[in-house]
Design a protein around this ligand. Structure first.
Ligand code: ADP
Ligand code: TMP
Ligand code: ASP
Length: 242
């Protein structure tokens, strides 16, 4: 079975920005990137034209770069403008965040000014739970509640930092600062793979010269030109949006 012959079956789950479909093959899913854009755990939701297509192609490009750098991912291939085929993972209910520069919830939580360099970069875990507003958790919580075992925790951390090494350089080469990002992992036949997406919806990217925001903070903060900013990043990286 190849990505071109895989058949789409019933919807398994509709998230805030993507819909997940079963396929005729139990080990694979189709991710449909919708135009829905959500912030503040679903409190603010709008449709932004072209965003589904831009994010689908953007994430495919990044996943391929990460695979080439030795980070195993769920990505199999783009199958239509807004859809990709992925390996079906047993997801950990955890978000892994690395921050190179202070922004967002870190600034609120610790009273730090936005833009302060973090050296070494900071790592944080969050519980994936919209009702609880994705609370920050630590490794002890993860093990005590059985969300992942110690080995999986170490692997997710190591892979999240490996992603940082690869992507800070990739974005720097495009004149961009990778401020922070969120990753989700899951298990596939015993192996831990990077799942979900890597797009400007789930990271912060600033122009290296002007520090102009080119990510979902444009939506969160009502700055406008959201998808245009994502397209600008994609263009600078060389993502094929045609
Ligand atoms: P959310 O659930 O946060 O609203 P999305 O709208 O992006 O997020 O929905 C996509 C869902 O699919 C997420 O819950 C994510 O954890 C899950 N997911 C992503 N990749 C995979 C995969 N390869 N296998 C199984 N589930 C996945
Ligand atoms: P934060 O500053 O809101 O904690 O977010 C840190 C980074 O992780 C930022 O790039 C946005 C991303 N993120 C998500 O994409 N989804 C989430 O649910 C959370 C908590 C963070
Ligand atoms: N990802 C979360 C949401 O979609 C949080 C955020 O991006 O602000 O609501």
């Amino acid at each position: 079975m190849t990505k071109d012959t895989m058949e789409k079956r019933e919807e398994l789950y509709a998230g805030k920005a993507k819909s997940v479909y079963l396929t005729d093959e139990p080990d694979h899913l189709i991710l449909h990137y919708r135009n829905d854009t959500s912030a503040f755990d679903g409190e603010k939701i709008e449709q932004l034209e072209r965003k589904g297509e831009v994010n689908n192609k953007f994430s495919a490009f990044i996943m391929q770069k990460l695979e080439a750098a030795g980070v195993p991912t769920h990505h199999e291939g783009v199958i239509s403008a807004e859809e990709s085929l992925v390996k079906k993972l047993d997801m950990f209910p955890i978000e892994c965040v690395v921050r190179n520069i202070a922004a967002g919830s870190l600034c609120k939580r610790l009273g730090v000014e936005e833009g302060v360099n973090l050296n070494p970069p900071t790592f944080e875990f969050f519980l994936k739970n919209d009702q609880l507003h994705d609370p920050m958790i630590n490794e002890s919580h993860i093990r005590s509640f059985g969300w992942a075992d110690g080995e999986a925790v170490e692997k997710m951390k190591a892979l999240t930092f490996k992603v940082n090494d690869t992507l800070t350089q990739l974005f720097a080469d495009a004149g961009l600062l990778l401020v922070d990002y969120k990753l989700e992992f899951g298990r596939y036949k015993g192996e831990i793979l990077l799942g979900d997406e890597f797009t400007p919806d789930g990271c912060r990217l600033w122009d290296a010269e002007t520090r102009k925001k080119l990510d979902k903070d444009r939506f969160r903060q009502g700055l406008g030109s959201v998808v245009e900013a994502y397209e600008e990043v994609a263009r600078r990286l060389g993502v094929d949006l045609s």
